[in-house]
Write a protein that binds this ligand. Structure first.
Ligand code: ATP
Ligand code: MG
Length: 337
């Protein structure tokens, strides 16, 4: 049986160039690279989405996020499965069983939970429990590789612990996903990318940052986005050097240029370092960004809802078959069947 790569990108709103280069594109490239020899599950974690805000506009965002993968160049084949988490009820059902073997102590130690709930009496239980839902997302499909950012490493460890605990108690049931070190090796560079804020490059680019010039949204007018690059903060040294600490602005541009064109960073740095004309580099990066957005937006406009619905129907039938079989095994082992 092929090994499984599983990924879900939460999309509650528009994405930035940072989300695109740091999360979406690495996933698409990983899927395209491995989908001949691996099973690739790409799902929309819509149950996770309602943890932060329930505002009724989710449907549109869910569809849009799936279209983003396609517009970013995901090449579909029979090994790639697209589905929505809420359309595969076994995710929620397995979560309940795993809740009953997870410990309050280990859950309370989750950094994301601590950060998001600190001092808030009204923090919802979903914020506390979503790492278990994430474990269910992974374990239902026997996923080996789950490319996630550093902020999710602890949740991946929890997933491994829950799988091992269940297996020890009830017999071999779950495939234990690879540890984080192996995940990072598998992902390559994808784990460590941090695109910076264009105005305050010591910070990362975030969609929740207020200033329009700080960030590039995927829906930005491409020419306008190019102007944002041209006016990005750099430094007043004499020549171009890559140094994310001392010169985050110019280094950010070098990184953007490398990622968009799928070139090794070293190669792009070697091409530019020591040169004094910052403007030339900006012009090139601006052109790369402008082309990226133009292509992405034209791809996006071509994807129609009916094509997407057909993909989801197929993907969700596949996911339900697999997930229900695993859930039945779990229910039998714990004595519910
Ligand atoms: P928010 O400001 O609401 O936190 P965000 O832009 O940080 O939004 P998230 O929804 O937190 O986006 O993250 C979505 C994905 O994008 C995650 O995988 C995250 O690691 C990645 N990501 C976010 N910002 C960047 C960035 N500046 N560079 C690279 N990857 C990023
Ligand atoms: Mg964030």
């Amino acid at each position: 049986m092929n090994k499984t790569i599983l990924t879900g990108l939460r999309v509650n709103s528009e994405l930035t160039l940072g989300n695109y280069l740091g999360a979406l594109l690495p996933m698409v490239r990983l899927a395209n690279k491995h989908s001949k020899d691996y099973t690739v599950n790409i799902f929309v974690p819509d149950l996770h989405s309602i943890i932060s805000d329930i505002d009724g506009s989710l449907q549109e965002n869910v569809k849009r996020s799936l279209k983003y993968y396609l517009a970013a160049g995901l090449t579909l084949n029979d090994h790639i499965h697209l589905y929505r988490q809420s359309h595969v009820p076994a995710h929620a059902e397995l979560t309940w069983v795993l809740n009953c073997i997870a410990h309050m102590g280990e859950m309370s130690r989750m950094i994301q939970y601590k950060e998001k709930s600190e001092g808030k009496d009204s923090a919802n239980v979903g914020i506390f429990d979503y790492p278990v839902l994430m474990a269910a997302d992974i374990l239902l499909y026997g996923a080996n590789y789950v490319p996630v950012g550093e902020d999710q490493f602890q949740h991946l460890e929890l997933t491994r612990n829950l799988a091992i605990r269940f297996n020890n108690r009830f017999g071999e049931t779950f495939i234990v996903p690879e540890d984080t070190k192996t995940q990072v090796e598998f992902m390559g560079v994808a784990g460590g990318i941090r695109i910076r804020d264009l105005v305050n490059p010591e910070k990362k680019m975030s969609k929740s940052t207020a200033g329009d010039n700080c960030k590039i949204m995927l829906s930005d007018d491409p020419a306008k986005a190019a102007k944002k690059i041209m006016s990005a903060t750099t430094d007043s040294f004499e020549d171009i050097q890559f140094d994310l600490t001392a010169r985050p602005g110019i280094s950010n541009l070098l990184q953007i240029e490398a990622l968009i064109n799928d070139r090794p960073l070293d190669e792009v740095v070697a091409e530019w370092q020591g040169k004094s004309r910052y403007g030339d580099l900006k012009k090139q990066v601006a052109a790369s960004v402008e082309k990226l957005l133009t292509d992405f937006q034209s791809n996006l406009a071509k994807i129609d809802d009916s094509g997407l619905d057909a993909l989801l129907q197929k993907g969700e039938a596949y996911a339900n078959d697999l997930a229900n079989a695993k859930l039945a095994e779990v229910y039998a082992k714990v004595g519910l069947r």
